[in-house]
Design a protein around this ligand. Structure first.
Ligand SMILES: NC(=O)c1ccc[n+]([C@@H]2O[C@H](COP(=O)([O-])OP(=O)(O)OC[C@H]3O[C@@H](n4cnc5c(N)ncnc54)[C@H](OP(=O)(O)O)[C@@H]3O)[C@@H](O)[C@H]2O)c1
Length: 295
């Protein structure tokens, strides 16, 4: 029988953006964060001072003081840190990386610890603000085959924080995390692309961002309300061949591979247009042929 989560002694190693956010959120929800360690004593002390009955200590001391230990250090440091710590059977070691496989915690597993991943699918740039983003966000949870008690704990943590659990299969984390970039930092690349093109036709970047952000928000809101295919708008969704041809001509004139980028995205959008059921196959084929054409 595993112990109830409320009696778990929790430690965070790595008092950076995610460590600060989760440690404070856990504490707010009544979980017992007893220890914080970090590369610099100053970061650990600053975080520990914000949490009731929590002390800053070395990483080895934090592992000895706790039974559920979160490694919130940069991804590349997880395996070497896990290999250097004094795990004992019955403890749980959890990393919070999206892309890193649980094999990074092999040393903890070899010492008898249960191992798992708890990856909040959100951006934590400012811990004070990020704490409010946890509720409603997804969290990817994975545990090793021998860590079913830890799975129960992590699901309970997700529930306390009002997060939506996603369960990952071993060996899928890089694809999971890479694909999530399309919904996160690559959205910025999209806005950057639009801003660059507008810049070439005389629209200043600050005005461009202010104009494009409400459009982006409206699109996301529509996706939330109607799903991806249902939210689709624009010339491809309508089969407006002439407008797409004009876009291609304009982009090809500008050069700088803008036309290639547009063609790649538009080809992908044909799938959504097909799923929306608004266009017949002939219209879709006509658009597909246009997107293969070159000036
Ligand atoms: N930030 C996000 O948006 C986000 C989202 C989801 C998941 N994650 C994951 O969360 C983990 C941490 O990311 P982060 O953004 O919080 O990074 P971060 O802000 O750079 O913080 C990392 C912290 O780890 C500490 N650290 C580095 N090496 C250490 C070591 N060997 N021993 C002990 N402490 C060490 C650093 O210490 P000092 O400050 O003491 O120098 C720093 O405070 C990563 O696995 C990341 O993939 C991050």
């Amino acid at each position: 029988m595993s112990r109830p989560l409320s009696t778990r002694r929790i430690a965070f190693i790595g008092a950076g953006r995610l460590g600060q956010t989760l440690a404070r959120a856990f504490s707010t929800e009544g979980l017992s964060v007893v220890a914080v360690a970090s590369r610099s004593a100053g970061s650990a002390k600053a975080l520990a001072a914000q949490l009731p009955d929590c002390r800053a200590m070395t990483a080895a001391e934090a592992v000895a003081a706790a039974d559920l230990i979160f490694l919130t250090v940069p991804d590349d440091g997880i395996a070497s840190l896990a290999a250097a710590l004094p795990w004992v059977p019955g403890q749980c070691a959890v990393h919070c990386s999206g892309a890193t496989e649980l094999t990074a915690l092999a040393a903890a597993a070899a010492a008898g610890a249960q191992i798992g991943g708890f990856h909040p699918l959100q951006i934590f740039s400012d811990p004070a603000r990020a704490i409010g983003l946890l509720a409603g966000s997804a969290v990817a949870i994975e545990v090793s085959a021998a860590s079913q008690a830890l799975l129960t704990d992590l699901q309970e943590v997700a529930s306390l924080l009002q997060m939506r659990p996603l369960h990952l299969q071993p060996g899928t984390r890089a694809a999971y995390h890479g694909a999530a970039s399309f919904a996160a930092s690559f959205l910025l690349s999209m806005l950057d692309e639009a801003t660059q093109v507008w810049g070439q036709i005389g629209l200043p970047p600050e005005a461009a961002l202010q104009a494009l952000l409400p459009l982006a928000r409206g699109t996301l809101d529509a996706a939330a309300a109607r799903g991806l295919a249902g939210a689709l708008s624009g010339p491809i969704s309508r089969g407006d061949h002439g407008v797409v041809a004009a876009h291609l001509q304009a982009f090809d004139r500008l050069g700088g591979r803008h036309g290639d980028f547009y063609r790649d995205l538009a080809r992908r959008q044909l799938g959504l247009a097909r799923a929306s059921g608004r266009l017949d196959e002939a219209a879709l084929q006509r658009l597909a042929a246009l997107l293969e054409s070159r000036p």
